[in-house]
Design a binder for this molecule. Structure first.
Ligand code: ATP
Ligand code: ZN
Length: 288
C-alpha cells in the first residue's frame, strides 16, 4: 500500500495501445508494460495494473484498482456500480444483430421467436425487453459467428467493426443494439480517500486537456488585409483569432484554434475569401 492511485488498463487487446498512448500524452513516464502485472509511473503517484478487460469493472468496483479504462459494453454487461468519469473517444464499436444471408430481417419484430447467440446476454436481453421482443438468448463465450451455421442459433449479436468476420460466415448486419467506446470508470468510494482523490483530480485534468487538444487543431494562413472581417466570420474559433503583420504590407497572417472536424467544411470558404498557405497543425495539449 504505497498510497498511489491504482489504474487498471487492458493487458493485451484492442484498448491497450490507445490507453497507453493516452497516459503517455498525459505526461506519465512508465516502463514497457508487456511482461508486468503492474508498473509504477516514475513521475506521478500512479500504479498501472494490466488486466483482462472483462475483469476491470469488478476489480474497480471491489477497490483492487481505484480507476480503470474499459469499453462501455463491458461495464454495461457486468452491471457493476462503477461511475463513468470520462468518455475517452477511442475503442469505438457497435453491438449488432446479424442474420444469415438470404434470411433478411425487415423489422425488429421479425426477431420474435428466433434464437440469438451472443457473448453479451445482459445487453441483448435489455434491448429485447425494451423493444418488446420475445426471443431466446443463448450465451456463448466466443466465436458466436459460427453459431448459425452449426444450427445452434438463428441469429447472432456481436461486436462488429469491419464486417469481415461476418462475411466469412455468410452473415449480414441488421439492427444496432449498443454503441460503445472506451471510458474511464472509478470505484464509488475513491472520493472518501483525500490523497487518492487529489491524484485522481490531477489525472483527470490531464486527460481532459489531452482530449480537448484532440478535438482541436491549430489553423494558420495568410490573407489579404481587407479579407480579415470575412475570414473572422468563417473561422469557428474559441476566441478571436491571432492576427500578425507580414513583411508584405497588404497581407496578414491569421492563426486560430478550431474544432478539428470543422476544417473541411470551412477550407473552401477560406480560399474563396483569399486565404493562401493554409496549414493545419495538431495540438498536443490544451489547458482550458
Ligand atoms: P481480453 O483478453 O482482455 O479479455 P478481449 O478479446 O475480450 O480481450 P478485445 O477484442 O481486445 O477484447 O476488445 C476489447 C474492447 O475493445 C471491447 O470490449 C470493445 O469495447 C473494444 N472494441 C473496439 N473495437 C472493437 C472491435 N472491432 N471488436 C471487438 N472489440 C472492439
Ligand atoms: Zn475480454
Amino acid at each position: 500500500m504505497n498510497g498511489n492511485l491504482k489504474l487498471a488498463i487492458q493487458k493485451k487487446g484492442r484498448l491497450t495501445d490507445k490507453s497507453v498512448e493516452l497516459l503517455k500524452l498525459c505526461g506519465l513516464d512508465f516502463e514497457n508494460y508487456s511482461e508486468r502485472l503492474f508498473v509504477t509511473a516514475r513521475n506521478f503517484p500512479l500504479d498501472i495494473l494490466f488486466l483482462r478487460d472483462d475483469d476491470i469493472p469488478e476489480y474497480v468496483q471491489d477497490g483492487v484498482a481505484d480507476v480503470g479504462i474499459v469499453g462501455e459494453n463491458v461495464i454495461y454487461e457486468k452491471q457493476t456500480d462503477t461511475p463513468v468519469l470520462e468518455k475517452l473517444g477511442f475503442g469505438r464499436c457497435s453491438l449488432l444483430i446479424a442474420h444469415p444471408e438470404g434470411k433478411e430481417l425487415k423489422t425488429l419484430s421479425d426477431i420474435n421467436g428466433k434464437t440469438i447467440a451472443t457473448t453479451y446476454p445482459v445487453i441483448l436481453n435489455d434491448f429485447l425487453v425494451k423493444n418488446n421482443i420475445n426471443a431466446k438468448v443463448i450465451e456463448l463465450s466466443g466465436s458466436v459467428e459460427i453459431a448459425p451455421s452449426l444450427g445452434v442459433a438463428n441469429l447472432i449479436c456481436d461486436i462488429v467493426s469491419t464486417g469481415n468476420t461476418l462475411m466469412l460466415n455468410k452473415l449480414k448486419k441488421s439492427f444496432k443494439v449498443f454503441d460503445s467506446q472506451a471510458v474511464l470508470i472509478s470505484a464509488k468510494d475513491v472520493s472518501g480517500n483525500k490523497k487518492k482523490n487529489e491524484i485522481l483530480d490531477s489525472l483527470l485534468k490531464r486527460i481532459r486537456s489531452v482530449l480537448n487538444a484532440r478535438r482541436s487543431k491549430y489553423l494558420m494562413m495568410n490573407i489579404p488585409k481587407e479579407a480579415l472581417p470575412r475570414i473572422s466570420e468563417i473561422i469557428p474559433s474559441l476566441k478571436s483569432p491571432t492576427v500578425l503583420p507580414l513583411a508584405d504590407e497588404n497581407s496578414l497572417a491569421v492563426h486560430a484554434v478550431i474544432p478539428a472536424d470543422r476544417f473541411w467544411e470551412i477550407v473552401d470558404d477560406l480560399k474563396s475569401a483569399g486565404a493562401s498557405g493554409i496549414l493545419l497543425l495538431p495540438i498536443e495539449n490544451m489547458i482550458l
